[in-house]
Write a protein that binds this ligand. Structure first.
Ligand SMILES: *Cc1c(COP(=O)(O)O)cnc(C)c1O
Length: 428
């Protein structure tokens, strides 16, 4: 599928039925798989043969969908996970353990920040957070001898900062570690981080890729480009024998193309079991089949709403990386020339109360703890995800009490703007 455009891959990649086989990907709703001899099964357990034996590790439906996302991102191997949280946890934990260190962008999704700064810290992994706008010197100063990876988001949720992928990739590679990029908001339709030097891509497929608010899920894609053996002392899990698999050395047995995902499947999925259900993978694939048609509409609506709000007398600020004059406009043009995403953040001159009145009066966009859906939705972080914070604490993490995160769906732009207009009229 390498030669086809991203549009064709969204529809066709990952599954090619043989003669008389189902046209749509089969949902293999089975926990287990049958073998004729114990020897056959033994080979699977030794990773000597490839095949399915238990859905906690791998399932054919999931693999068809992972293969599609892999083709879209331009990787060599991929796996689905039960959620975006599981994807980001696995992506890091596959190469960093107790006593290790990771450099991460400070504007990442709140759930990921908590995973890193609180939960993974308890596991003995330390994170240093740097602003995506930090100077080269500040970025350099964040690395330690035990640093194992650099992490950022193409477009951060909800800060809408844009990561300079090339700059962060170069810094990571200069220190012999991979760059991991969460590409949830841009999707591979708008940005393919691997083309800019990123080594591993993650997704919360719950957002645009599913696109219909139907199933929570995640994905990890490996570029196959990072040379684990060239930095063997940093990545013993990939470059020394795994006792739990009879002494297999992943980087040698599966090569650069397969080592990282095989290890994550064989060790982490086996032990943590954060598998996506085949039924959810099927829904995910339905979403993928129209991703390339939906994303341009999300972006078109996002830009139309951002432009409308920018000039509105009751609005204090608008953040949208696709809007000319936005702090990240130039970076967005470089990495996402066809559009960024459908999410727009803005604030009210009337403060927190104005934001509340506005949201209450919207008719199309619903108030939801969700984002990146075919249906427009919005969230007031000060009243929801960041509710425990006072106004000063909100400001410290880059969110103001009047900020609304508005996720433009794929409805008609004129209708969305008319709805926003009438809701703004209610704001005094
Ligand atoms: C939502 C989100 C996640 C977490 O994904 P879940 O599927 O909700 O577990 C991670 N990263 C980003 C950028 C997100 O928007």
């Amino acid at each position: 599928m390498k030669d086809y455009s991203i549009n064709t891959k969204c529809v066709q990649a990952g599954y090619t039925p043989g003669n008389g086989e189902p046209r749509q990907i089969p949902i293999v709703q089975s926990t287990t798989f049958k073998y004729n001899t114990s020897e056959d099964m033994g080979k699977l357990f030794d990773l000597e043969a490839s095949g399915y034996f238990y859905t906690r590790l791998q399932n054919p439906t999931n693999d068809y969908v992972a293969a599609k996302i892999c083709a879209l991102e331009g990787g060599t191997a991929a796996m689905l996970t039960s959620s975006g949280q599981a994807a980001n946890f696995f992506a890091i934990f596959n190469i960093a353990g107790c006593g290790d260190h990771v450099v991460a962008s400070s504007t990442i999704y709140g759930g990921t920040y908590n995973l890193f700064a609180v939960t993974m810290k308890k596991m003995g992994i330390e994170f240093t957070f740097v602003s995506p706008d930090c100077t080269d010197e500040e970025l350099e100063a964040a690395f330690r001898p035990n640093t194992k990876a650099v992490f950022g988001e193409t477009i951060a949720n909800p800060a809408l900062t844009v990561l300079d992928i090339e700059r962060f990739a170069n810094a990571a590679h200069a220190h012999g570690v991979p760059l991991i990029v969460d590409n949830t908001f841009a999707t591979p339709v708008n940005c393919r981080p691997i083309e800019w030097g990123c080594d591993i891509v993650t997704h919360s497929t719950t957002k645009y890729i599913d696109g219909h608010g139907a199933s929570v899920g995640g994905c990890i894609v490996d570029s196959g480009k990072f040379d684990w053996l060239a930095h063997a002392e940093k990545f013993p899990g990939l470059t020394t024998p795994d006792d739990s698999y009879h002494g297999i050395t992943y980087a040698e047995k599966f090569g650069l193309a397969g080592a990282y995902i095989t290890k994550a499947t064989a060790q982490l999925m086996r032990d943590f079991g954060s598998i996506q259900s085949p039924q959810n993978a099927f829904y995910l694939n339905l979403g993928l089949e129209s991703l390339h048609v939906r994303m341009p509409r999300h972006c078109e609506n996002g830009l139309a709403v951002a432009k409308y709000l920018k000039n509105h007398p009751k609005i204090s600020f608008v953040t949208y990386p696709g809007l000319e004059g936005d702090k990240y406009y130039e970076l967005a043009r470089k990495y996402m020339p066809n559009g960024t995403c459908g999410v727009v953040s803005f604030g009210f001159k009337g403060g927190r109360a104005a934001a509340e009145t506005f949201m209450k009066n919207l008719k199309i966009a619903a108030i939801e703890t969700h984002v990146a859906d075919a249906r427009s939705c919005c969230l007031h972080p000060a009243n929801a995800t960041h509710r425990q914070m006072n106004d000063a604490e909100l400001i410290a993490c880059g969110i103001t009490a009047d900020l609304v995160r508005f996720s433009c769906g794929i409805e008609d732009a004129a209708d969305l703007i008319a709805d926003i207009e009438q809701a703004l009229e209610a704001v005094k």
